[in-house]
Ligand binder design. Structure first.
Ligand SMILES: Cc1cc2nc3c(=O)[nH]c(=O)nc-3n(C[C@H](O)[C@H](O)[C@H](O)COP(=O)(O)OP(=O)(O)OC[C@H]3O[C@@H](n4cnc5c(N)ncnc54)[C@H](O)[C@@H]3O)c2cc1C
Ligand code: FES
Length: 353
């Protein structure tokens, strides 16, 4: 083990042990240190640190998040490792540590259900159960692909050794390419987590509006699972917006429809098709769901503008969840923050990229 010394922008000092070659973000988080991060996979740039002494290895020099590193001493902690002692400084302050604590685990990844040619459900079976919050994600590494990938759990129970995921195949993607090409077999994987602060607890005692684009629905499903188990909608009617391209690429409509019925319609689910309007036949098949045409952020805007009939504008102190591709999350944040003047502190989001 080597020792990594790190100070934050306020001059607070901390040290943590790391194995040679271990990702510094993961080593620090596993040691209980609150290192700033968002994606944990090299895209957001939030884990930037400056090397003051010693040397780090850049595990993915061309990571999209590395564009925030403007001088050679700057590096992304999630894409850096060391083979000897290193001293670093952060541009940000330490954050609260991971809650629940995170760790490295071994697991077996298997496909459980094909939902569409692009989307399947998978499970990772761990040796021991772990605790995580609804809305959290883990990092999965394996299949001989460089680097970990983040996936949000789709179910929630207080302790689980079988984690469920909804994974979308990226036609040009390294990990999902390998996974979907060989998804009949099980794969030994390394799992790191749980991570993520876009979480929900019914103890918060307030309604929520969740806006998901495509596989962004994954973490929302865990939030829904928890909310139904706690009868959350009885006191706090809530609303999920689910953006899809068209009915052909649609999935989970049966499950979402059942959730609306189970909540006695205190939960509303609006499915937004961006490419093709919903057919009368589909609307008739799912009378519990609302359907709309357009990008999901435009449908959310229209629902606010619709005033009392939509219920959105009258909802008292809702918490917002946004998840999906970065372009969809950014467009939705613009609607919520810039147009509707909703405080960013009321919005929790995960950009899937
Ligand atoms: C917080 C979060 C939660 C997510 N949840 C889900 C989910 O529930 N379901 C889902 O389908 N997708 C989810 N994603 C997206 C997912 O993590 C992957 O980006 C996606 O599956 C595509 O992976 P890929 O390997 O096929 O594509 P690629 O384009 O090959 O890789 C995508 C990502 O992998 C990492 N990466 C790529 N190359 C390297 C490398 N050489 N070294 C290190 N890292 C590399 C980067 O983060 C890159 O953006 C989530 C993403 C985030 C950030
Ligand atoms: S946390 Fe390292 S780039 Fe996002």
């Amino acid at each position: 083990m080597i020792t990594i010394d790190i100070s934050d922008k306020n001059g607070v000092l901390a040290s943590f042990p790391a194995a040679s070659g271990q990702r510094l973000l993961q080593a620090g988080l596993a040691a209980g240190l609150g290192l700033p991060h968002e994606c944990a996979t090299g895209t957001c740039g939030n884990c930037k640190a400056t090397v003051v002494s010693g040397e780090v290895r850049r595990l993915w020099p061309n990571a999209p998040g590395a564009k925030v590193c403007r001088n050679p001493a700057e590096t992304l902690l999630c894409q850096s490792a060391a083979d000897g002692p290193v001293a670093l400084t952060l541009r940000a302050a330490f954050t609260p540590p991971c809650d629940p604590p995170c760790a490295v685990m071994r697991g077996t990844l298997s496909r459980t259900r094909v939902l569409t040619p692009e989307i399947s459900s998978f499970t990772v079976t761990l040796d021991d159960p772990i605790a995580y919050k609804p809305g959290q994600f883990v990092l999965i590494s394996g299949l001989d692909v460089n680097g970990p990938r983040a996936y949000s759990m789709t179910e929630h129970q207080p302790q689980k050794s079988e984690l469920s995921f909804l994974i979308r195949k990226d036609p040009a993607g390294a990990f999902t390419g390998a996974l979907f090409n060989d998804s009949s077999t099980s794969h030994e994987v390394s799992v790191f987590g749980p991570l993520g602060r876009a979480t929900f607890s019914s103890d918060e005692d307030r309604p929520f509006i969740a806006i998901a684009g495509g596989s962004g629905i994954a973490g929302v499903l865990a939030i829904l699972d928890h909310a139904l188990a706690k009868d959350h909608f009885e006191k706090h009617p809530s609303h999920i917006f689910f953006g899809l391209r068209d009915a052909e690429s649609g999935y989970l409509l049966d499950e979402l429809s059942s959730a609306v019925v189970r909540s006695e319609r205190r939960l509303r689910v609006t499915v937004a098709f961006s490419n093709v309007p919903c057919s009368a036949e589909l609307a008739a098949r799912y009378p519990s769901l609302d359907f709309a045409g357009g990008f999901v952020h435009d449908v959310v805007r229209a629902s606010f503008d619709a005033g009392s009939s939509s219920g959105l504008a009258q909802m008292k102190s809702p918490l917002f969840f946004v998840a999906g591709p970065p372009i969809m999350v950014n467009a939705t944040l613009r609607v919520l923050v810039a147009e509707r003047r909703i405080s960013p502190t009321e919005i929790r989001y995960d950009r899937f990229g």
